[in-house]
Design a protein around this ligand. Structure first.
Ligand code: TMP
Length: 237
């Protein structure tokens, strides 16, 4: 499989067309941004880690009944995925208070919820990805009622499976963001990536942050945290 033209360059990935209309190649970069691109930097080795981790987790989720865009890993940074049209919703599941939840509702980080929460943001950089509810998503025609139901079901299933997996690795899955896409026949599949860029992952024993919050919050040890979380994953996969 060969790349033809570059279709898109995002904050963390480039996307290329291929000879096959239905397939794309994504290439993961070491670039990191936060706060809608205001903060910029590099996390050396991130592209390769996120590529590998996302692919391994998506293959695991496929086996558990969640369809994904994953097709084939080409090399350490590049993966063949199914072409989708992205549903412009960021789907966020939370098990423990952190980040914007803690800030918005004025609670400390680390409160364990009785049940996971789900929320949607409208994927729109110009507007700063505003929080919306499912009625707003329908009003804005971002997805159909059936698609929203499917997305919710898959998102909670992903949470169940990832939580189990990370627990075995000695890691607590605090929260994460998913994106879904439509194949040409309309089927909803999990797309984008699942990585330390898009999940909060805390060492279960020490509470140490092993994710992109180290970059967002200038905590240092960013590369080490990415390497450590990858090591934990590879030990248990
Ligand atoms: P938040 O607490 O900042 O809303 O983030 C919730 C989760 O979503 C967290 O695991 C990080 C992830 N996330 C992204 O993947 N992309 C983003 O642009 C943001 C803001 C959060």
């Amino acid at each position: 499989m060969e790349k033809t033209v570059q279709l898109y360059e995002g904050k963390a990935k480039k996307v290329f067309a291929t000879e096959n209309e239905e397939l794309l190649i994504v290439s993961y970069k070491d670039d990191a941004t936060a706060f809608n691109g205001l903060k910029k930097g590099t996390i050396v080795g991130k592209g390769a880690i996120n590529n590998r981790m996302s692919n391994l987790l998506m293959q695991m989720l496929e086996k558990k009944g969640v369809p994904t865009h994953f097709v084939e890993e080409l090399n350490d940074r590049e993966t063949v995925v199914k072409r989708v049209s992205i549903v412009p919703l960021e789907v966020i599941i939370r098990n423990i208070s952190a980040g914007s939840f803690a800030k918005r509702y004025g609670v400390p980080e680390g409160i364990v919820f009785d049940a996971p929460t789900i929320e949607f943001s409208y994927k729109n950089d110009d507007l700063g990805d505003p929080l919306i509810n499912s009625y707003h998503a329908l009003a804005l025609k971002l997805a159909t009622p059936e698609e929203i139901e499917t997305i919710k079901t898959y998102a909670f299933k992903v949470n169940e499976e990832l939580r189990k997996f990370w627990t075995e690795c000695g890691v607590t899955l605090v929260d994460f963001k998913l994106e879904f896409g439509r194949l040409s026949d309309g089927t909803i599949v999990l797309a984008d990536e699942i990585s330390p860029d898009t999940c909060r992952l805390w060492d279960s024993a020490t509470g140490e942050k092993l994710d992109k919050d180290r970059f967002r919050r200038d905590m240092g040890g960013v590369e080490d945290a990415y390497a450590e979380i990858m090591r934990r994953l590879l030990e248990n996969v």
